[in-house]
Design a protein around this ligand. Sequence first.
Ligand code: TZP
Ligand code: IFP
Length: 215
Amino acid sequence: MKELLQVYFILGSNNTDRDPLIVLEEALQGGVTLFQFREKGDHALQADVKVTLAQQMKELCHRYNVPFIVNDDVSLALDIGADGVHVGQDDMSITDIKKRCPEDWIVGVSATNQSEAEKAVADGADYIGVGPIFGTNTKKDAKRPIGLSGVKQIRAVAPSIPIVAIGGIQLTDVIPLMKVGADGVSIISAISQSEKPMQATQAFARHASYFHQGM
Ligand SMILES: Cc1ncsc1CCOP(=O)(O)O
Ligand SMILES: C=C1C=NC(C(F)(F)F)=NC1=N
């Protein structure tokens, strides 16, 4: 699981002005290790348009042997045969999801502090998304940034669960984040808003793998 978290790309149709399928394919060619479909916020697609995009993105990910995760929408994830879901603290509980969903599903949870992280571990989450690390414009209701120290504190109470850092992350943040205990980084705009998503992803992959070799 920790290897999958190295370069965790997240994309929804409103995170880019381009065709999201083209952006996704370029990022996959650059070495994305895990992908999350997150269709939220202004102009988010709904209903069958959203389902169609999700199915197309899933097929694309599977062509590159990358697992396809759906944010929040457990029913959509089940309907299209996703590889798992990512839920927030106030979404469906992990235990309920684990009951309803395939045994081999990846179930990730957001955590922004030590108690949320401890709860996620107790509930059996497969990984936790820790953040927002830095300020971000991508998520309207993001909480106050927790910085590198926030990751360090969470790793102190959750020594073995896979942790991916998220929120305002740029290339130069990768190695410092891994040094304080993250197993990988989750990125939206640094890749989706890049003029060259493939090259941007390659750079993130190089930094993340460099650190892993170093360990
Ligand atoms: C979904 C989410 N959760 C915490 S911050 C964030 C948005 C991250 O987007 P970006 O990588 O563009 O800052
Ligand atoms: C709010 C979120 C927090 N973390 C993550 C992930 F990086 F996948 F763990 N995804 C989200 N959608």
